[in-house]
Design a protein around this ligand. Structure first.
Ligand code: ATP
Length: 238
């Protein structure tokens, strides 16, 4: 099987600041791959580049065999790449249901959209309870669920999640991670960016450790979880 996503020697800069310095990795269909690393390692920049929000200065990205650099951000969503961004970016004054519908803005298959909203409510029952409420009134964890639900509404072939556990209580974080596990069990392909290395590596088939714009270590999620250098640097062990 050929990879769903292929990133080769990707380089991204903000003016003179090189944020991503030639990284390569793949995501196979049905896999959960995680990028972990400290603040400023370039993880968010990588996801934003894959989504077409930032133009890379070099390298190659192929999604489902198509070279992504030729496509605009909205076209990339249409190709099947969805992004649940860091900090959620929900629309606070709109209702929860309207936020979900917005995730399907490039689709016109109304019946299927309604079905997918029902599915989002099955995954996140709290969103159904609050469906007519303004999204800004949700708690942080609930807003994270809404951001994930909205990303799923574009029927993605690849779901990119940027720090879904950020700012959440341990219980809420466990809930979000369990949901990602459930999506994985359904066969959803996921690229997960996380600062919580323990949670991310426990879930992921494969992981890559990023440091200042480079991938410094790659391996199976479980192997990285037990790797001594990873445990020291990212899991707070001596
Ligand atoms: P975090 O876990 O803290 O979110 P990250 O791994 O996602 O970190 P990025 O947000 O991709 O890291 O940032 C990578 C580098 O690029 C950092 O040095 C950051 O300061 C820089 N950077 C990010 N966005 C911009 C921007 N808009 N303009 C200039 N520099 C930026």
């Amino acid at each position: 099987m050929s990879p769903l996503l292929e990133v080769e020697d990707l380089r991204v800069a903000y003016g003179k600041i090189e944020a991503v310095k030639g990284i390569s990795f793949t995501v196979e269909p049905g896999e959960v791959v995680t990028l972990i690393g400290t603040n400023g390692a370039g993880k968010t920049t990588t996801l934003r580049t894959l989504s077409g929000l930032i133009k890379p200065v070099g390298g190659h990205i192929a999604f489902n065999g198509k070279p992504l650099r030729r496509y605009r951000a909205d076209q990339i969503v249409k190709l099947g790449l969805a992004h649940s961004p860091e900090g959620r970016h929900i629309f606070p004054r709109m209702t929860i249901e309207d936020n979900l519908r917005l995730g399907a803005y490039l689709r016109n298959d109304r019946e299927k959209i309604t079905k997918d909203i029902r599915r989002a409510y099955e995954i996140f029952p709290i969103l159904e309870e609050r469906r007519r409420q303004a999204a800004g009134t949700l708690s942080g964890g609930e807003q994270q669920m809404l951001a994930m639900g909205r990303a799923l509404m574009s029927q993605p072939r690849l779901l990119m999640l940027d720090e879904p556990s950020m700012g959440l209580s341990p219980i809420m974080m466990q809930k979000i991670m369990a949901t990602i596990g459930a999506l994985k069990a359904e066969g959803t392909t996921i690229l997960l960016v996380e600062q919580n290395a323990q949670a991310a590596l426990s879930l992921a088939d494969r992981g890559h450790v990023m440091e200042v714009g480079k991938i410094v270590l790659s391996g199976d999620g479980n192997d990285l979880l037990h790797d001594e250098s990873v445990r020291k640097a990212y899991l707070g062990e001596d």
